[in-house]
Design a protein. Structure first.
Length: 93
């Protein structure tokens, strides 16, 4: 998995994950993109949704599903704490 190109990793994910798992990962990734840092409460709410979507997937037997879910969680936590202006500075709340 470490030396896989992104294209090969996506192909492997599509092969190993169920439709439901893929749908949850895609939804979590979309929510992650939407973490804009305008408000603390908005970021916390989206982070909670992402965590809820990826919680079971992060314990999956499939390595690629598990690692993808954990990576989305990690990036979401980082983005939700960053804020709009960086260093935890938000526009509102």
């Amino acid at each position: 998995m470490k030396n896989e190109t992104p294209k090969k990793a996506v192909a492997r994910l599509k092969k190993e994950a169920t439709r439901g798992e893929l749908a949850q990962l895609c939804e979590a990734a979309e929510l992650n993109k939407g973490l804009d840092g305008f408000s603390i409460s908005g970021s916390k709410a989206k982070l909670a949704e992402i965590t809820k979507l990826t919680a079971k997937l992060s314990e999956s037997e499939s390595e690629i599903v598990r690692e993808t879910a954990r990576r989305i969680q990690s990036q979401s936590k980082k983005k939700s704490r960053e804020g709009l202006f960086g260093d935890g500075m938000f526009l509102m709340d």
